[in-house]
Design a protein around this ligand. Structure first.
Ligand SMILES: [Fe+2]
Ligand SMILES: [Fe+2]
Length: 250
């Protein structure tokens, strides 16, 4: 990674974390922020489980065990955000009942961030049964590492003098510590497959991709400059098991 990319990384991730933290602190934007986090966290579970099955079929029991824990953690993260929404008497919108809303908010289909992050990879190449292991491990390592820091920033803006926020703050800090653990095993998995020098190079290339992806996301946001679609509706779900589309998430 060159110096310019490094500077952009710091500016880009700082800006993204600032916006998310601000959206979490503001009671008006908090429900939508929680909903998008719930979707991202729960949405990664089927993907990770499919990768776990593949690792196991390929005889890599070490990786299969790590992916099992990873999937379970992400499921728990989704529930933390679902519970926080429930406290606000909200839930993620039912995409089956609101296809238009799903289309409008269908960021997983055309998400400028993911399009740029995985530039050069076809949809088929990103499927769990096909993705190159090194690409999966390194790309997810970067997302997990950054997510661990972003979650700490998000938790730190929540007040402690009010029980609902205080509980959410504790939950988000536990999410942050899980993400640190995910980044650690992903790096270890890379080190089991590559020489240290190669690990550094591949991580460096995904860091550059992340910087470019943030820039793409910001420019698309500015271009659209329209209001984000709402991801929440009033009411508490009968069960807390939203099954959104699979997405690569931290
Ligand atoms: Fe997570
Ligand atoms: Fe994670």
């Amino acid at each position: 990674m060159d110096f310019f990319t490094q500077v952009l990384h710091l500016v880009g991730s700082g800006a993204a974390a600032f916006i998310t933290a601000r959206n979490m602190r503001d009671p008006l934007t908090r429900p939508n922020t929680l909903a998008s986090l719930q979707l991202a966290e729960s949405g990664s579970v089927p993907y990770l489980e499919a990768l776990r099955d593949r690792a196991s079929a390929e005889g890599d029991t070490w990786l299969a065990e790590k992916l099992t824990c990873h999937a379970n953690d992400e499921r728990r993260h989704g529930q933390i955000f679902a519970n926080a929404l429930k406290q606000l008497n909200k839930q993620v919108i039912d995409f089956k009942k609101a296809p238009q809303a799903a289309e409008k908010s269908g960021e997983s289909k055309r998400n400028p961030f993911f399009d740029a992050y995985f530039e050069g990879y076809s949809q088929g190449e990103l499927k769990p049964e096909a993705i190159d292991w090194i690409a999966f491990l390194a790309s997810t390592y970067i997302l997990e590492l950054d997510a661990s820091k972003d979650f700490v920033r998000m938790a730190n803006v929540l007040p402690e003098d009010e029980p609902v926020s205080a509980k959410l703050k504790k939950g988000i800090l536990s999410v942050a510590s899980d993400e640190t653990g995910h980044a650690a095993y992903l790096r270890e998995a890379l080190e089991r497959r590559l020489m240290v020098r190669e690990v550094d190079a591949v991580i460096d290339s995904w860091r550059t991709r992340k910087v470019n992806a943030i820039l793409a996301m910001v420019s698309s946001f500015i271009q659209k400059s329209s209001k984000s679609p709402s991801l929440v509706q009033d009411g508490v779900p009968s069960e807390l098991s939203a099954t959104p589309e699979p997405a690569l998430a931290a």
